[in-house]
Ligand binder design. Structure first.
Ligand code: SUG
Length: 416
């Protein structure tokens, strides 16, 4: 069996909007009330998938969840007198950020030799907490081959779990056994610490990981305060490399030491604050990048376009490319519609190291399917949504029928 890392990107849903629902997410708060462009957003995401398909030869996707969420609307007893944020929650297209869909432990790391997935409960935010039942339904189909995958239920709600956004995996190659890194936050700051230590520990136990091959480290509270609501906003891991801001962890040197103790091959690429300030790193999402192993074994970093526009970030990137370090290429992509809600290239993908032949092929991309997805988006996704439109029956009908057109085009009728 040959294991490959597959990036499952979330297709941006037709209800994509800027309602400013995420406390502690600076981009979401600062774009609150702006008109959104769902069609452009989904086409930007599709272009990113196409780029990575041509680079890597393999790419997966997950579908937008059903919106508006009628069950949540009922639960909230919406009658028009509620706060706008409550009215907006059932419309959120936040499932596009599949880095928060689940935590994934590939087969070589687990005691039963299967790949384990735990959908994230996302309890810190109402609009995100509604995701997991539909996410699980989808994971159960995409990874329904029980000889190879185990899809668990979520962690109980007391302990916030935000999935792969606070998880990394060190390994020599994606098919070999790894060391899993779990990063949690401590409550008490100005913004919610969304990942609870006990959630991370529970996921590790449930996945049957070797405790000696797990590392638990605390997020820097100052980074959370500065807007790094998920650790993947300030660091990213691929194989033996940790690409990180110097202020990502509560105890930076201690974190490196703890990882090195179980994974001696660790190679740290640390970006000093003097080169890129924490604020600029968070504004440009330099670390919310896809750190990819290219077919020739070299590493490339897929960053948001915003990085190229920042003097300090881009000069760091240019120097890094010219150096002898492991990251040889930096490739900017335009995901501006997602970025304006705090979601960069890495938020938009869930990494699953597995044998592609064991995945339901309907969730794997090829050029013909990318054409089909793009044409459904171009024909049916709303061009623009004003947050004041959320709640309208006309918009609800067009969002529901756009999603149904995609399910038809991909022949995934079980999710209708
Ligand atoms: O949970 N934004 C998402 C962004 C998630 C980014 N994911 C990772 N870092 N992996 C969030 O804050 C904005 C929704 C709104 O304001 O309407 C939002 O949910």
């Amino acid at each position: 069996m040959s294991l490959t890392e597959i990036n499952f990107d979330g297709i941006v849903g037709p209800s994509h909007n800027y309602a400013g629902l995420s406390l502690g997410n600076i981009a979401s708060a600062s774009h609150k009330g702006d008109p959104s462009y769902p069609r452009a957003a989904a086409l930007q995401g599709a272009a990113k998938m196409r780029g990575n398909l041509s680079r890597l030869g393999v790419q997966g996707f997950l579908l937008p969840l059903p919106r508006p969420n009628i069950l949540l609307e009922d639960t909230l007893s919406l009658d028009g007198t509620e706060a706008p944020a409550l009215r907006a929650a059932p419309w959120s297209a936040s499932s596009m950020w599949t880095a928060n869909a689940a935590t994934v432990s590939p087969a070589p790391d687990t005691i039963d030799g299967k790949c384990h997935l735990t959908p994230a409960n996302l309890v810190a935010m109402l609009h995100r907490a509604q995701e997991w039942p539909d996410t699980k339904r989808q994971l159960d189909i995409a990874f329904g081959n029980t000889d190879h995958f185990v899809v668990h239920g979520p962690v109980p709600p007391t302990f916030g779990d935000e999935g792969a956004a606070n998880h990394g995996r060190f390994c020599e190659g994606h098919g070999s056994a790894g060391v899993e890194l779990f990063v949690y936050g401590k409550t008490g700051g100005k913004f919610p610490a969304r990942q609870h230590e006990q959630a991370s520990r529970l996921v590790a136990r449930k996945h049957g990981l070797d405790p000696a091959k797990c590392v638990f480290v605390e997020q820097n509270p100052a980074a959370i305060e500065a807007g790094a609501f998920h650790n993947d906003v300030v660091s990213v891991v691929n194989e033996r490399v940790l690409f990180t801001h110097a202020e990502a962890f509560a105890d930076q040197a201690g974190a490196y030491e703890a990882i090195r103790e179980v994974f001696p091959a660790l190679e740290v690429v640390e970006v000093p604050s003097a080169s890129v300030s924490l604020e600029e790193a968070i504004r440009t999402y330099l670390f919310n990048a896809q750190l990819l192993t290219m077919p020739d074994g070299s590493m490339a970093l897929i960053v948001p376009e915003e990085c190229r526009e920042s003097e300090s970030v881009w000069s760091y990137c240019e120097a890094m490319m010219a150096s002898n370090g492991p990251i040889r290429e930096v490739i900017p992509v335009d995901v501006r519609q997602s970025m304006a809600n705090g979601g960069g290239p890495a938020c938009l993908r869930l990494r699953v190291a597995c044998d592609p032949t064991t995945v339901d092929p309907r969730f794997l991309l090829d050029e013909a399917k990318a054409d089909r997805i793009e044409s459904v988006i171009s024909e049916t996704w709303p061009e623009q949504i004003d947050p004041a439109d959320l709640g309208s029956d006309t918009l609800a009908n067009s969002v529901v029928s756009a999603r149904n057109s995609l399910l038809d085009a991909l022949e995934i009728h079980e999710l209708a």
